[in-house]
Ligand binder design. Sequence first.
Ligand code: BTN
Length: 328
Amino acid sequence: MPQTDIVILKALLENQPGFVSGNLLANELGISRVGVWARLEKMRDMNFSFEAIRHRGYRLLQEPPTLNDRLVRAYLALYGNALDVSYLSEVDSTNSEAERLLAAGHRTPFAVLAATQTAGRGRLGRTWHSPNEGNLYASFAFRPQLPPMNMQTITLWLGLKVCEILNEEYQLPVRIKWPNDLLLEGKKVAGMLTEARIDTDRTRDLVFGLGMNVNGNIRNYPREIAGIATSLAAQKGEPLLINQVAARVCIAIIEGYNAFMEGAAKEDLVKLWNQYDCLCGRQVRGEFRGQPVDGEAAGIDSDGCLILKGSNGRTLHLSAGEVHLHTR
Ligand code: BTN
């Protein structure tokens, strides 16, 4: 029945806050009006709330507070996107699941979404805290077939696409921190983890993982995270529609990837970076050839390296590692 539910939900979303006639839904689906009613009853068990009025039909009053596969797909359909999405209520890591699907020959592009992860991975062997609280844990799989060098800036580019959608659609001032963090008011709201399998001369497959605190209650997070993390909801002052956020982010990433493959990043990466960079002009400590270096962050170059102006007048281009802001 999921497909029936997706059609019903899409029609309800399309007409919000108006009503959709049960007759119309029944005709569209080729089922009886009782059949439509029965599907809505089933969805009430999934934390949807609907209003039903005689002679007017149904309308959607409330969406589930956590990820719901039917609703994400209904939003994707509403926005005209037919991305192949696998949804799991629980998984070890969406990146691992995407890698398993790739190894099994699953067609790309596809996305894996999960409501919670039991072994969410962060960069540098860290774990990604992944409670089931209306957050986004998502991985996107591609087979780029391009030399690894050409894919060097993909994480930064996709991160910028996520910044763009959150700024434009939700008026949230999300910024990017080189190389893989998204920040809101100076606190980490999302992290990115790109993993690739590389043959000698080409990237065979690539998984872009995104963990984003959307509605999670940061106060309940482990102490070492709670001090440095935030959520979109904390900034907005109210919960966001997680399923709508998930669909919009999915589309931003898929369209962003397509644009990247068509060469858009060559022209626009630095421009977009300058719009959303949170480090520019700040004193930071990074790493160059394994040694700590201090200087003023001055954006990125077209290869995605962080430009650091040292106090001795020397300019360095950092290609890897972490950067820390100087608090002094
Ligand atoms: C980081 O900031 O260190 C990167 C965190 C990336 C977390 C996401 S959550 C979805 C995907 N699955 C994982 O196991 N990790 C990424």
